[in-house]
Design a protein around this ligand. Sequence first.
Ligand code: ZN
Length: 199
Amino acid sequence: MTNRKQLHDEQQIIDFIYSGNATFTLVSIKTGTRFTYKVARAKGDSADRPWFAMVLTSGDNESGYSYAGCIFPPKNHVVVSTKKSKVRADAPSMKGLSWLLNRLHVGNGPLDKVEFWHEGKCGACGRKLTVPESIDLGLGPVCAGRAHAPSPKPVPKPEPKQAETATEASEDTQAPVVVAEPVAQDSTVDIYEQMGLGL
Ligand SMILES: [Zn+2]
């Protein structure tokens, strides 16, 4: 039995998505189309390390997820393709996720076009949630007790030292490589594209 639960509060949804190891399902109310995602933060200590977006393309275990791209809040609130992306940023699943991220970022009245469900696992560590309070939160007791889940809020940049020349170019070298040429699509993506998200 799974203890999945629909979340309604936008801030709670944002916090859950960026908890570090979040599994959730988005359902289009209009079409019933659903996609299950995993959004996991890159390992390390850097404050501006990205989150990785994956989508469930087969089965329901860890190996069923396909990597789709990176999310770099607060710089942007969309999924950005990288060289290793297996699902394109313009596939319906990723359009849906980017739409949600952007929609949550700008806020714009109630989130009434989609349902957001966590999948019964702690958003931070991925362990199964069993206690009702934890299921409501989407976080297990240990993770909920930590000061705060990693937050995509702006991180103040240290003043560049005189010796260093902080240039646009140096920032560009860290930017993700956006895949310009079409990537070979797997059949699952084709199915998603036929389904259409209908947002
Ligand atoms: Zn946890």
